[in-house]
Design a protein around this ligand. Structure first.
Ligand code: PLP
Length: 406
């Protein structure tokens, strides 16, 4: 795969009023009409270029949606007020009471809780399985299955889904493959590999400045219109609408996404390689020791690298907490959830972002309580960072304790 993804995005240009180089922000919730007839037609959803009310659509959000559709190579995209707003809208749009979903068991904690706990209200059942076990996926499909759901690179275990293979299974059974690509924008383009719907938390890498919460659903024009339908669209009726001012600021941040992703990947790769050599149990899709490495190689857009997330298991929650506190003290990053910031962020998912997943299930999927997830920042001198991190590990005697061959 090539640079085409980013070319499409860069060729999308919008001008503001007075020839501004950024599009004007639509700072309005409602829009006037010269004639009552046009207002009626717009309400019915059949007047191009007219806006009625900003929960339905607004110029700023449409610009951002177009940019995200270009990023993911889909026909269209709807932006939402959070990643969960995108994920829940898609699921509720495609599933009726009593339906069935197949999902990877290693997914974002909020998505897991929604599928497992919330959907019980509608009698919608989810089978959670190891998404790398393709036979298990095929075998779990029933007449009621309405989607296969996974993350391209999973949170927090960095499992790599074989999107082409999953898409062959989903197409054969005429059900959509829904992929959350939050961990790997640009590095992986799921729609080009056969995913039908791609969702993101824009909160993370795509916005990249940890200053807002937002999401997107990328898919066919038909799906995007159905989500906005005034009578039965989950996007329109559940109301997780992104504010236009935020839509405009996220679009501006997206203009540097390719540079940021390359740097996040380069830095993460450097640390992963070196810490692996030091004998630490490190998980990063760019390492040949990673079980999903070959699949990642096959499906990635090489120039963007393997992404900015890596994990290290330091053996115990006590070690994890001590390391994170010391790293923060030494200005190596912040003890914080979320990802995709200029500064390195770290958290222990077992007790934070994945705490929705019951302890025995965490253990079954290999999520130990000493696991630290790192979102590697845009550090200019990553070698210096490496030595400072290593010093923390040695000062706490973690490097000697966990190292297998150091
Ligand atoms: C953060 C995250 C979400 C949820 O997004 P919000 O913007 O916080 O609602 C969903 N999926 C993944 C993989 C995430 O990391």
């Amino acid at each position: 795969m090539s640079q085409k993804t980013i070319n499409d995005l860069q060729d999308l240009q919008y001008f503001g009023e007075y020839g501004g180089v950024n599009p004007s922000v639509s700072d309005s919730s409602t829009y006037t009409f010269l004639s009552a007839k046009t207002m009626f037609d717009t309400f019915e959803g059949n007047t191009e270029g007219c806006y009625l009310y900003s929960r339905h659509s607004s110029p700023s959000n449409l610009y951002l949606g177009e940019a995200l559709a270009a990023l993911e190579g889909t026909e269209s995209a709807n932006v939402t007020a959070s990643g969960m707003g995108a994920i829940t809208a898609v699921i509720l749009q495609l599933c009726n009471a009593g339906d069935h979903i197949i999902s990877s068991r290693t997914i974002y904690g909020g998505t897991y809780a929604f599928l497992k706990n919330f959907l019980v209200k509608f009698g919608i059942k989810t089978t959670f399985l190891d998404i790398t076990d393709l036979d298990a996926v095929a075998a779990a499909i029933t007449a009621k299955t309405k989607m296969i759901y996974c993350e391209s690179v999973s949170n927090p275990l960095l499992e790599v889904a074989d999107i082409s293979a999953l898409s062959r299974i989903s197409r054969k059974n005429e059900i959509p493959l829904v992929v959350d690509n939050t961990f790997s924008p640009l590095s992986v383009t799921p729609a080009k590999l056969g995913a039908d719907i791609v969702v993101h938390s824009l909160t993370k890498f795509i916005n990249g400045t940890s200053d807002c919460v937002a999401g997107v659903v990328c898919g066919t024009t038909e799906l995007c219109l159905s989500l906005k339908d005034v009578n039965n669209g989950a996007g329109m009726l559940l109301g997780s609408t992104l504010d236009s001012l935020r839509g405009a600021s996220i679009l501006k941040n997206m203009r540097t996404l390719h540079i940021r992703i390359k740097k996040h990947s380069e830095n993460a790769m450097f640390l992963a390689k070196n810490f692996e050599q030091d004998g630490l149990p490190i998980v990063y899709p760019g390492l040949s020791s990673h079980p999903g490495h070959m699949i990642m190689e096959d499906q990635m857009n090489t120039e963007y690298g393997y992404g900015g997330i890596m994990t290290i298991d330091v053996g115990s929650l006590k070690n994890a907490n001590a390391l994170m506190e010391l790293m923060q003290e030494r200005k190596l990053g912040y003890l914080a959830v979320s990802l995709g910031f200029y500064k390195t962020l770290f958290s222990a998912p077992g007790s934070s972002t994945s705490s929705e997943i019951p302890m025995e299930e965490q253990q079954a999927m290999g999520l130990g309580d000493g696991l630290i997830r790192f979102s590697i920042g845009l550090d200019d001198d990553i070698e210096r960072t490496y030595y400072s991190m290593k010093k923390c590990l040695m000062d706490l005697k973690i490097l000697n304790d966990t190292a297998v061959n150091a």
